[in-house]
Design a protein around this ligand. Structure first.
Ligand SMILES: [Cu+2]
Length: 185
């Protein structure tokens, strides 16, 4: 202290206010004012937090619709599309009926020119309850006995919405046994 002509007590007091460390690089030996260092630390944290700010619920929903291939611009088609959807939902438990009625039709489009395969099962257990499946525009007409599964294949040659229905007058619910095949251009 004699060399610098500074009072030792004064230096000790000053050292309480500063911290020693490697601030610009781990190997550096540097000194920094405590309050200044705390402020730099706070600014850095705020900047880093701002980089990973949560998006709004609306943005998140838009992302989910696209990511899940439900948004029209992100829908898939064909066997590869079906495979991608099944892979993305791997491990998700849902009744088979839910997959066929909601999950897959919301994500996969049939496009004009696609070859369509339909597996249709008559789940009746009463021996005389026969059901059918018909799509007039595709010249499709199959009949299934109780417990029987039939597979039909056809090319969805033109775009449009084509009604399908049960071709066998079966029960009071016969009128309910219908739906639509939507073929996109
Ligand atoms: Cu019927």
């Amino acid at each position: 202290m004699v060399l610098l002509g500074v009072d030792a007590q004064c230096v000790r007091r000053a050292l309480i206010l500063v911290l020693r460390g490697g601030f610009t690089s781990p190997a550096a030996s540097e000194w920094c004012d405590r309050t200044l260092l705390a402020r730099i630390h706070r600014y850095t944290l705020n900047r880093l937090r701002a980089e990973i700010e949560p998006v709004s619920p609306a943005d998140f929903m838009r992302f989910l619709f696209a990511w899940q291939h439900v948004a029209p611009a992100h829908r898939l088609t064909g066997v590869d599309g079906l495979r991608a959807v099944v892979e993305s939902l791997d491990g998700y438990e849902l009744a088979a009926d839910g997959w066929e009625r909601a999950i897959l039709p919301d994500r996969i489009d049939v496009r004009a020119g696609d070859e369509v395969t339909i597996h249709v099962t008559n789940v009746e257990q009463t021996t005389d309850m026969i059901h059918g499946l018909g799509i007039v525009e595709h010249d499709l007409n199959v009949v299934m006995d109780p417990g029987e599964t039939k597979t039909v294949r056809f090319t969805a040659s033109k775009p449009g919405v084509f009604p399908f229905y049960c071709t066998n007058f079966c029960s009071a619910l016969h009128q309910e046994m219908q739906g639509y095949l939507a073929v996109k251009p």
